[in-house]
Ligand binder design. Structure first.
Ligand code: SF4
Length: 211
């Protein structure tokens, strides 16, 4: 089967019957008989739920997608649904970005609008932000999204501990190489709820900001 595009840890392969098959990209070259077969796009929800060790994956763009499956799809509708379940709202965000209409929110604004038990997150210091984002969002072990938001309205880089490639949608966050034209980068336009929850833990002294 021929590769058509990559998105996160998934590779889309063109099947002989004109359809498409999704696999973990590490499984691209494995014989089909070695992989658990699926043909319902909605199976993507279960495939995305746990990692190889059976641990729940709270962050769908974390680099811990389970291996050993193949998902055959026979139309664009099924492909879109499956990718939405693997990587929620990422195809849409990429399309909006390509049209030049993606809005991003600085971290300080995301934290400043928190209420209730998360209001305390506004107290995060710049030093803590630098260390925390560098630890939590890093592509090797944290998250495969390319970060588009800034720390504040002045345009401060979210973390000096992340390489420039972390902010580049042309970079494959899995390998560090340049993506091909049809590949779809996972982009992050605003700090996610998991990062906000981690900010709270850091501000409250429950966890160190960095490593
Ligand atoms: S804030 Fe964005 S880059 Fe960081 S972990 Fe959350 S989704 Fe990933």
């Amino acid at each position: 089967m021929k590769e058509t595009f990559l998105i996160g840890q998934i590779i889309a392969l063109a099947s002989a019957d004109g359809g498409c098959e999704l696999r973990h990209r590490d499984d691209a070259g494995r014989p089909a008989r070695e992989l658990e077969p699926h043909a319902d796009p909605e199976d993507a929800a279960a495939l995305a739920l746990y990692d190889d060790a059976g641990n729940y994956r709270p962050l769908k763009t974390a680099p811990n997608l389970r291996h050993g499956w193949r998902l055959a799809l026979d139309g664009q509708e099924g492909l879109r649904l499956a990718l939405e379940l693997f990587y929620p709202a990422r195809l849409g965000a990429w399309r909006v970005y390509q049209r030049g209409r993606l809005d991003t929110t600085p971290l300080r604004e995301t934290l400043g609008r928190q209420t209730g038990m998360y209001r305390v997150t506004a107290k995060l210091t710049d030093e803590q932000a630098d260390a925390l984002v560098g630890r939590f969002c890093r592509s090797d072990g944290g998250c495969l999204r390319a970060i588009f938001w800034r720390r504040d309205r002045a345009g401060t880089v979210p973390s000096t501990r992340l390489p420039p490639e972390k902010f580049d949608p042309a970079c494959d966050q899995t390998t560090g190489k340049t993506l091909a034209e049809d590949d779809v980068p996972l982009i992050c336009q605003e700090a996610c709820n998991l990062l906000v929850a981690e900010v709270r833990a850091v501000v409250k002294g429950e966890r160190p900001a960095g490593e």
